[in-house]
Design a protein around this ligand. Structure first.
Ligand code: IPE
Ligand code: MG
Length: 239
């Protein structure tokens, strides 16, 4: 399964905003704001590093359990980003697509998503997929229910449907490299199908501290790995 744009598909679980803020005596929402700056830095650096698709986990479906004021601050931040940065994104070739459910977010955020997707539709340098109210399990379940009437389904067809149920509008794309900041070594219901053969890089660095150099280092690590997809190492394959 190919990604929307040529190049690698890097997915990021952006974790650690709250701890970053707490360490500075700031509100958690200020940590999230600093997290948006990190997104900007990483998106700007990604194309030159060979990244064609970048999927970032902005709000998990399980994050609704957080206190109302924090959720409100996050939703407002997404809306602000989508409305105010679409033009710059379009100019820099950043195509924005939001994946996840759209039926539980405020209508104003849904409109901002539509605005950003339209404004950046013809950008081709990099595809930025922002996961909002996203759950990998939920996406798989909904695609599976949709396919229930089909007797046999290819993985390609399933991936196409998976892309549609998450509103990506494109086939879901296999992740090459998954990065998680913040020191936790888990997937947290992010891109379960798409990460089947993803290489993983976990770092204790908190997301607001993450920058171009860190992305470069993660990609350097990725480049040193031999991806076998269940096959044999290249050296042994010819035996
Ligand atoms: C990740 O940072 C951002 C979102 C989930 C939106 P956290 O808010 O989880 O930060 P920590 O883990 O509490 O530091
Ligand atoms: Mg966290």
């Amino acid at each position: 399964m190919q990604t929307g744009a040529p190049g690698l598909h890097v997915a990021i679980v952006m974790d650690g905003n709250g701890r970053w803020a707490a360490a500075r005596g700031l509100l958690r929402s200020e940590g999230h704001r600093a997290g948006v700056d990190a997104v900007r830095r990483v998106v700007a650096a990604a194309p030159e590093l060979g990244v064609g698709t970048l999927t970032v986990f902005a709000l998990s479906s399980d994050n609704w359990r957080r206190p109302g004021p924090e959720i409100a601050a996050l939703l407002a931040l997404f809306e602000e980003y989508l409305l105010h940065e679409s033009r710059a994104c379009a100019e820099h070739g950043v195509q924005i697509r939001v994946i996840g459910r759209r039926d539980r977010i405020p209508p104003s955020l849904a409109s901002a998503i539509q605005f950003a997707e339209r404004a950046t539709a013809s950008a081709r340098t990099i595809e930025l997929r922002i996961a909002i109210d996203y759950s990998g399990r939920d996406a798989i379940l909904r695609a599976a229910c949709w396919m229930l009437s089909s007797l046999e389904v290819s993985q390609k067809e399933f991936a196409r449907r998976l892309g549609e149920v998450t509103h990506g509008g494109r086939p879901s794309a296999d992740v090459d490299l998954l990065i998680r900041t913040g020191g936790e070594n888990r997937l947290s219901d992010f891109l379960l199908w798409e990460c089947a053969y993803a290489e993983m890089v976990f770092t204790s660095k908190l997301w607001p501290d993450f920058g171009a150099k860190d992305l470069e280092a993660a990609l350097h690590d990725f480049a040193s790995r031999e991806r076998r997809f269940g096959g044999l190492p290249a050296a042994a394959a010819g035996d």
